[in-house]
Design a binder for this molecule. Structure first.
Ligand SMILES: [Zn+2]
Ligand SMILES: [Zn+2]
Length: 263
């Protein structure tokens, strides 16, 4: 069992630390455990949902201690971040260059739409095509940057764009085709299932994963990872709903060799 998407208390909306995750992973029988807390941004921008620049050193130290204490698990040092073109050098020079991360997960929680910074969780759900398109463009720009190893919850637009229509289908194909071109694994996100069925403009469904997105993904040759996105150690276990979704559409589950690792 492989897991690449886990969080610690440092992001301010999760609990527990790396040693707790490593113990839980050992108990649950994982062979690979990636730690991927929300990465800092230059000048500690949007620090409310991520670790600060000051915390990175401790994050890496605690990681290496836990790794040494759990030789039976292949532990990988990662982070999760939004792609912003203006920060490409920060990701490359600081996160990979200075801190030797093994991988970055792309997650487009924030993106610009017509000059406005959109926070996905603050958007009023509706059917704003411009925001949907801006999301897809930010995601594809991140894929094309080749900085990232996994695309987290590609179907995150389900939070703010309510209906499934030709716009969502086109946006899904745009993202999936880019992922296929760069062989960037797409993530089925267990945290979306944990949030449960919600009412989005009268439509009752998971915010994400979105079933029709994965039905389209099945037409393409792109690897898929099922991650827990654990925000507390007890949430670190394989997502049965995620695995069932992958099985339903016969999606190709990524192996470790499908994940581009640095260092
Ligand atoms: Zn989070
Ligand atoms: Zn996450």
């Amino acid at each position: 069992m492989l897991e690449f998407h886990t969080h610690t208390y440092r992001c301010k909306h999760a609990e527990g630390d790396i040693p707790d995750l490593a113990r839980q992973a050992e108990k649950a029988g994982y062979t690979v455990l990636g730690i991927s807390d929300h990465a800092p941004l230059p000048k500690d921008q949007n620090i409310e949902i991520r670790m600060s620049l000051d915390e990175v050193e401790n994050y890496t130290e605690v990681f290496y201690e836990a790794k040494a204490a759990h030789p039976g698990i292949k532990m990988l040092l990662g982070m999760e971040s939004e792609y912003f073109k203006e920060y490409e050098n920060f990701y490359k020079d600081e996160l990979f260059g200075k801190w030797n991360l093994n991988y970055l997960i792309q997650a487009q929680h924030l993106f610009y739409s017509d000059g406005r910074l959109v926070y996905f969780w603050r958007e009023t759900p509706g059917a704003d095509k411009l925001v949907l398109k801006a999301y897809a463009e930010a995601v594809v720009a991140g894929i094309e940057s080749q900085i990232y190893s996994i695309l987290a919850h590609p179907d995150l637009f389900g939070v703010f764009y309510a209906p499934w229509d030709e716009e969502t289908a086109a946006c899904s194909r745009y993202i999936i085709e880019a992922a296929q071109a760069y062989q960037m694994p797409l993530e089925i996100n267990g945290n979306g299932f944990r949030k449960g069925i919600t009412d989005i403009c009268g439509i009752k469904r998971f915010q994400y994963p979105l079933e029709p997105f994965w039905e389209i993904a099945a037409e393409y040759d792109v690897p898929v990872v099922v991650n827990s996105d654990a925000h507390r150690p007890s949430e670190l276990h394989p997502s049965s709903e995620g695995l069932a979704l992958a099985e339903r559409y016969q999606l190709k589950l990524a192996e470790l060799a499908d994940i581009r690792l640095s260092n």
